[in-house]
Design a protein around this ligand. Structure first.
Ligand SMILES: [Zn+2]
Length: 55
């Protein structure tokens, strides 16, 4: 399950949310767990980068 990073525009709190692709398509309202604001911006998570290669 992909993990998305969000940052709250109200209190600058950064948090992570795991959403299924189906949930993302439904454009869910994500709220800041700190101040409960829905003014959050999505960041791109490093978890989506492929790090499976080993040299
Ligand atoms: Zn907040």
């Amino acid at each position: 399950m992909p993990i998305y990073e969000y940052v709250c525009k109200e209190c600058n709190h950064e948090f992570m949310v795991s959403l299924t692709l189906h949930e993302v398509e439904m454009k869910p309202t994500v709220r800041c767990p700190h101040c409960n604001s829905d003014k959050v911006g999505k960041k791109f998570s490093a978890f989506t980068a492929k790090t499976s290669k080993k040299s």
